[in-house]
Write a protein of this length. Structure first.
Length: 121
């Protein structure tokens, strides 16, 4: 789990099946010691894990990523240059135990990640 170690939730607003959150990245996280020394960059797997954790929070379900149908990394997140990120996430229960999710990680006018995938309970 990355919450409270890799990132902290600054704001979290949920309305039905949508949420908007602002996160503060912990630039002192040990993750950045290896990714990359002197030029910290949020690993793609950490971005996906953040989406995973926020989806669990929104649905109150324990989830596992089943598929990522559309995953676009459009920019790198350096926690020194961009210490806060915004996430918009929408989810839909499509079948018993299956949740489709679309999410965007961005800051101001820069989109870092677009995600469309499915989680299962």
């Amino acid at each position: 789990m990355l919450a409270d170690n890799f990132y902290h939730i600054i704001s979290y607003i949920q309305e039905e099946n949508r949420l908007k959150a602002t996160l503060r990245l912990n630039k002192e996280s040990p993750v950045f010691e290896g990714h990359f020394p002197g030029n910290p960059i949020v690993p793609g797997v950490c971005s996906i894990q953040i989406i995973h954790e926020l989806t669990e929070k929104a649905t109150s379900e324990k989830l596992m990523l089943s598929s990522a149908d559309n995953l676009k990394f459009l920019g790198v997140i350096n926690p020194e240059e961009t210490p806060e990120i915004d996430i918009e996430l929408a989810f839909k229960f499509v079948e018993e135990g299956k949740i489709d999710v679309t999410a965007t990680i961005e800051k101001e006018y820069t989109i870092f990640l677009k995600f469309k995938g499915r989680f299962v309970c």
